[in-house]
Design a protein around this ligand. Sequence first.
Ligand SMILES: C[S@@+](CC[C@H](N)C(=O)[O-])C[C@H]1O[C@@H](n2cnc3c(N)ncnc32)[C@H](O)[C@@H]1O
Length: 256
Amino acid sequence: MNLRQLQANFESLATDDPLWTVLSDNAKRGGKWDEAEFYETGVEVVDDLESRLGQLDIQLGGDTAIDFGCGVGRLTFPLSRHFKTCYGIDIAQRMVDFANERLSRGPKCRFVVNEGARLEHFEDASVDFAYSAIAFQHISPRYTLEYLRDFDRVLKPGGLFVFQLPSHLNPERAENQKPFRLIRKRFHYRCKAVLQRFAKLLPFIQSESFFEMNAIPRDRVVRFLQETCHFKVLAVQEFQAAGPAWISYLYIARRK
Ligand SMILES: C[S@@+](CC[C@H](N)C(=O)[O-])C[C@H]1O[C@@H](n2cnc3c(N)ncnc32)[C@H](O)[C@@H]1O
């Protein structure tokens, strides 16, 4: 799916049910998330991040942080405790508006829309910390690699980059043991994306907004960070944020 389609999908999902779009628990579909409970899940994720970093002797802190694919600011607000300014950036205007309406949760946050495959609001070597969770998994790998390369540009030397990304399908799941499972999934997404394009021109064609799930194999990500970009990978930890069907990792890397 190209970025324009991705944006249209998230815009429409966020208009219908922003909290469920971020945390897609079936029991909470249709506006059933309690907002306080929803935002509390973000505090837990950031506490867990601090403890993972603490085990590597790393403390969060600095002037500027980015939360990429921030949604409604679930993680941006608790992250902002550690920084002078914490930018939440997202492709969907509706997500950014929702977060901006709740700035009392984190007055040091700034939420902005980022539409392209580059981090257009940020100067070279201007950011101390960048984070992303459950966002790259919805983006085609070709764009994810472009974003990773641009984080290489915007992070200061010594800056920290922590992000989650699925690596491959979980081979232990029965449904993943069917032949060509990943190829079939990709084909299915491609068909849906093509259908969406036609639906724009031919309104009698029904096509719903959807999430695409993507993965990049762990070894390829590590090689890309270390050989194409200028990161030293400090740790790659299991992080099952993409649901049980996927093996997903948290990458912790420092800009050289
Ligand atoms: C599942 S939500 C996760 C939000 C947030 N990271 C969290 O965990 O609370 C995924 C978010 O990524 C955003 N997103 C998807 N593709 C993006 C892109 N190319 N650039 C920026 N944001 C993107 C979506 O609009 C959505 O808000």
